[in-house]
Design a protein around this ligand. Structure first.
Ligand code: DGL
Length: 270
């Protein structure tokens, strides 16, 4: 089938849970007139502890579901999926599929800072997607990557302000501070929920780089290039999850207040 999208078709975006709402927040600021369909795979969170085969199966199920909804473009609002399976799936669909790693690596490569920290899930760190792409573009940079198991669950369970959360964050951030990093990439879309706690330890609020910002800029350019900005005055945003919609809404509203209702679906082929 030829890719002939309707300008008013929705943009699909997904994550394992509430993390991708941190991306949607950026999108709404820059492209408020677009329609969005958000899927949080709450049944299978955390993605960061899954194998490549499992992630491939989850992601293709989600992309097929987006295809059924006639989306004009899909964003992987999930670093783990972007790092581990984007390259394998991106040519299998008619619509463009954008991820978080490439636009972030391009941005970071252009900065003066030479010491870069990345915090992300175990699967993202294992893939070395960030360090490889940054060093390919800017070989003099030093990139320190830290896997942070447990942080996603802290965000999903809405306990970011507990002592347990602060201790975990300190354990992961401290080695980066000791290595005198100048920027820290929040390499998991759940981590902006912890930005305040992270900033307490870095004592430098401008140190954090949120990939959502660079993906949003890339999406804007893509829609412009394809002449696909929504030109209707009506717009909607719909939220879907694979389990526990109430829990999703409660945790997610801390970041995106308008997310007050989510529908239960299961797009995964077994
Ligand atoms: N928020 C996703 C990411 O950016 C997935 C985290 C997870 O489920 O482990 O990596």
């Amino acid at each position: 089938m030829k890719y002939k999208p309707d300008k008013n078709a929705p943009i699909g975006l997904f994550d394992s849970g509430v993390g991708g709402l941190t991306v949607l927040k950026h999108l709404i600021n820059v492209l408020p007139q677009e329609n969005y369909i958000y899927f949080g795979d709450t049944l299978r969170v955390p993605y960061g502890e899954k194998t490549k085969e499992e992630l491939y199966s989850f992601v293709t199920g989600i992309l097929d579901w987006f295809k059924f909804h006639n989306v004009k473009i899909v964003l992987m609002a999930c670093n783990t999926s972007s790092a581990v399976v984007l390259d394998e799936v991106k040519d299998n669909y008619d619509f463009p599929i954008l991820g978080l790693i490439e636009p972030t690596a391009e941005h970071i490569a252009g900065l003066d800072s030479d010491n870069i920290g990345v915090i992300a899930t175990s699967a993202t760190i294992k893939s070395k997607a960030y360090s490889q792409q940054i060093i390919k573009l800017s070989p003099d940079k030093k990139v320190y990557e830290i896997a942070c198991p447990g942080l996603v669950e802290i965000v999903e369970n809405d306990i970011t302000h507990t002592d347990q959360a602060h201790e975990k964050v300190f354990e992961y951030i401290n080695p980066l501070i000791n290595n005198q990093v100048e920027k820290i990439i929040l390499g998991c879309t759940h981590y902006p929920y912890l930005a305040e706690v992270i900033n307490k330890f870095t004592k430098a609020p401008n140190m954090l780089a949120d990939p959502a910002q660079y993906l949003t800029e890339q999406l804007y350019q893509k829609l412009k290039e394809l002449d696909l900005f929504n030109n209707s005055s009506n717009c909607y945003r719909k939220y879907y999850v694979s389990t526990a919609p109430d829990k999703f809404v409660k945790a997610g509203q801390r970041f995106l207040a308008e997310c007050s209702n989510a529908t239960l679906i299961n797009p995964i082929k077994n």
